[in-house]
Design a protein around this ligand. Structure first.
Ligand SMILES: C[S@@+](CC[C@H](N)C(=O)[O-])C[C@H]1O[C@@H](n2cnc3c(N)ncnc32)[C@H](O)[C@@H]1O
Length: 280
């Protein structure tokens, strides 16, 4: 069988299994299994497929039908123009989180920052790539996610400008890093009752610790607001990704003696996404 024939078969298989954008995904999975670019795949449909390639492709297709995210199957995702390594155990970086990086670069000029819940390390690594003098403390509760963050730090040669910290509270970060100039984070913020409604790809395969923000989605955000006070310099910045309008309104209504809510930035879809506080 040649590549053109097998590509068509994969597309039909994915379509019948209800995978959206089956044609595009078939090309991505075939390119992955054959170790070629999509352009090469399309340019040479006549090339014969080797038995080991068929074998590799069929296990990738089966995994996709079980809704394993494409980024996990490819082993990578693009974020802020950087090719990051990702896989089971870490959240796949989302485009809206690039707004967190963009906003942080507006407020943060120099110094040391904490990336709360670093996951793949995408936010910290994007900031380190832009701010050449900055140093990052990357905190993460999940050991599996920490491993992905380490791989990415190593990939971009940032191990000398970052500390990976296995922890779950700002109160327990090493005192030598205090006070911080900025805290950024994309905490879990999906309200628990909405978890069963998520797409299968996310619900079945991405870590629940990265998603579930408690009854109103604000559990981690409220804890960070409490804990950040003693970790930041006066005038320091706290930037958190949030779910949208409802959470933005709740946060605007909250009075906080330590922080002033400076603005809430929208993502490209017009959703209120990044809350920015300044320590009084
Ligand atoms: C929404 S994910 C964000 C991951 C990554 N920063 C990104 O933007 O793709 C939230 C991350 O916070 C981590 N996390 C959850 N609770 C935590 C806690 N109490 N302390 C530290 N990390 C936590 C999760 O394991 C997950 O990696």
């Amino acid at each position: 069988m040649n590549r053109g024939q097998i590509r068509f078969q994969v597309r039909e298989r994915l379509r019948k299994s209800g995978i959206p954008r089956a044609a595009l995904e078939a090309d991505i999975l075939c390119s992955e299994a054959f170790g070629c670019s999509r352009e090469e795949l399309l340019a040479h449909p006549e090339r014969q497929v080797k038995p080991e390639e068929v074998h590799r492709l069929s296990s990738i297709v089966e995994a996709r039908i079980a809704r394993v995210p494409v980024a996990y199957l490819k082993g990578g995702a693009s974020f802020w123009g950087l090719d990051l390594l990702v896989g089971p155990g870490c959240l796949v970086p989302r485009p809206e989180t690039e707004v967190l990086v963009e906003t942080a670069l507006e407020f943060f000029r120099r110094g040391r920052f904490l990336d709360w819940g670093t996951g793949s390390g995408c936010v910290a690594i994007a900031l380190l790539s832009e701010q050449k003098e900055a140093m990052a403390l990357m905190m993460e509760k999940s050991p599996r996610a920490l491993l992905w963050a380490w791989r990415n730090l190593n990939r971009f040669s940032f191990l000398n400008r970052a500390l990976l910290w296995h922890g779950d509270s700002i109160r327990k970060i090493p005192s030598s890093w205090l006070p911080l100039d900025m805290i950024v984070g994309n905490p879990p913020y999906i309200p628990s009752p909405e978890i069963p409604l998520l797409m299968d790809d996310v619900r079945l395969h991405e870590p629940i610790l990265a998603l579930d923000g408690g009854p109103d989605g604000l559990q981690a955000i409220s804890a960070i607001l409490l804990e950040a006070e003693n970790a930041l310099v006066s005038g320091g910045w706290l930037l958190l990704e949030i779910a949208g309008k409802e959470q933005a309104e709740t946060l605007r209504a909250m009075s906080n003696r330590a922080f002033e809510l400076v603005c809430v930035r929208k993502d490209l879809g017009g959703k209120e996404r990044i809350a920015v506080w300044r320590k009084k």
